[in-house]
Structure formats: C-alpha cells, structure tokens
Design a protein around this ligand. Structure first.
Ligand code: SF4
Length: 289
C-alpha cells in the first residue's frame, strides 16, 4: 500500500508523476490519521510511505518509528529525494531506526549535476542527494537507488552507472524505471518522453555492467517485448492497477501476457501501442536473447 505523507516537496521535478502546481496547496494527513492507517494495513503487505517529500514532515521520525513498531515483520519502504539526509544529524537519526525491514528508495537522475538539477528544477539538489545517499548507505541503511529513464538522461546512463559503482559500494539494489507519464511528466512530455524501445538497449547494457560489479538490479515497468528475454527475470511492475495500466490490442496474442508488467495508459496516450510486439512462441522468446 502506498501512502503520501505530504504533497510538499523541496524539488519540483519536471517528470514528477503529480501535477505539482495542483498539489502544492493540498493538505497533509494528520499524524493520528497516518497512525490509524498504519494500524489498518493488512498483515503481510508492504507499506510504502511517499510524498511529495515525506522527510519534510516534522513528525517523520515519529511515523517511521511507529510503523516499524507496529509492523516488525513487514517491509517498510520510504520514497525520498534524499536531500535532507545530506545533513549528518538527520541521517544519523534515521540510521538509529534502521532495521532489516526498512528500506529507502532514492532517485538519482544522472551522474551529471546539471542534468539532475535540471530535472528536479532545484540547483544544488544533486549534491545533497548524492551526499544523502552516501550518509545512509555507508552507515548500514538499506538504500534502493532509482534511476527514472527519460529523454534528458538515458543516453548518459552508462556514465551514471559508472559513477554509482565508483561512489556507492553499499547500496542495497539499483532499479531502472520506465517513467509513468502522469502529472508533470505528462505536461512536460515534449521534454521528457522517450520510447521504451529506445531506452531498452541502454538499460540492458547498464544492467549487465552493474550486475558484473555485484549490484542487485531490477527493471520496473518495462513491457517484456521491449527488453531481451534474458532480462525478464529482473523485470517487474510495482502495481497491476488497471486504472493506470493497459495492454495494446495486439497483446491478446502474446504468450507472456500474464507475466508482463503491462503498459502505462498515459504512455499509450502519448505514443500509441505499435512498438509492442506479441511474443507468440517459445522459440520467439528465446530468439529475443
Ligand atoms: S506484446 Fe503486450 S503483453 Fe506481450 S510483452 Fe509486449 S506489452 Fe507485454
């Protein structure tokens, strides 16, 4: 279950899945409301605290502590831009809460500060995010580093991967994500949109490099026919919500339909579905290797 703790954010990413002009004045849930929700998340389910930027809440640590205490056996996942963790005391306070079942996902758009800051629309955000990741990962917190693929960063993905492997030895895993084109990402589609099939060769190359260096790598929301079959095992979706995801018409003939993470509806609205080619036979699946 995903739960936005606030819609306030210290970044204003051009590829944010929310329309940030619309949400910036939306109220945040009260602490009590959040605790009630935490109490009611079904056992066994992962709780994902998102935003906006959840660390901006004054009661952020109280909420994390509460969730960990109430759900000692389930994964607690936090999505953050990592900037506040650049402050040593803030990172250390979080580290004290660190448990086996706590993981934080932080997006890093590029090795190049200029590109990262261009996407976040905040000068200096790259520096803080990189420092934040370092302060957490080097101190035993489980960090999932997320790279969202978009027109502004995908061609430099190899350099970004090399930077990550040089800079961060201890991150838990790296996730390469096919962008969901809603909110700002849809509004700014002229700047950020790129086809899955264009991005895929870069993603495959980098996944191999990172795996060889010993990192666990996952690919999120890449329809299976856009990537080679030897990457299918690491491909998954974070949701199967049919309000957001769909198949193209020709998917009905695909033998991998059940396993496929599907296609964002907003992606289909921008680019149509002609690039998705059904995998009809086992040998065809093999031939994609
Ligand atoms: S043809 Fe459709 S179902 Fe098959 S892999 Fe591609 S997107 Fe998924």
């Amino acid at each position: 279950m995903e739960w936005p703790l606030t819609f306030q954010c210290n970044n204003d990413c051009i590829s944010c899945i929310f329309d940030t002009r619309q949400i910036k004045n939306m109220g945040a849930p009260f602490t009590k409301e959040i605790k009630n929700t935490i109490d009611n998340v079904p056992a066994g389910e992962t709780l994902c605290l998102t935003g906006g930027e959840p660390t901006l809440r004054k009661d952020f640590f109280e909420i994390v502590q509460y969730a960990l205490k109430k759900r000692p056996n389930e994964l607690l996942f936090i999505v953050s831009n990592g900037r506040l963790f650049s402050k040593k005391r803030f990172a250390e306070k979080f580290k004290k809460l660190s448990r086996q079942n706590l993981r934080i996902g932080i997006p890093l758009y590029s090795h190049d500060p200029k590109i990262h800051d261009l996407i976040t629309q905040r000068k200096g955000s790259w520096k803080e995010t990189v420092q934040g990741i370092e302060n957490l990962a080097e101190n035993g917190v489980k960090v999932e580093l997320r790279i969202l693929m978009e027109a502004l960063n995908y061609k430099d993905l190899k350099e970004t991967a090399e930077f990550i492997s040089r800079k961060f030895q201890n991150i838990e895993r790296i996730v390469l994500i096919n962008l969901k084109y809603s909110g700002n990402a849809f509004i700014n589609r002229g700047d950020v949109f790129v086809k899955c099939s264009e991005v895929a060769p870069f993603v495959e190359e980098v996944a191999l490099i990172l795996m060889k260096k010993g990192f666990e790598v996952k690919l999120f929301h890449f329809p299976l026919c856009t990537i080679r079959s030897d990457f299918w095992e690491m491909a998954k979706g974070t949701t199967k919500n049919t309000a957001e995801l769909a198949f193209a018409a020709q998917c009905r003939d695909c033998r991998m339909k059940k396993e496929c993470p599907m296609i964002w509806k907003t992606y289909l609205a921008i680019a149509g579905g002609s690039e998705f080619q059904p995998i009809r036979t086992a040998s065809q699946a093999k031939a994609k290797k």
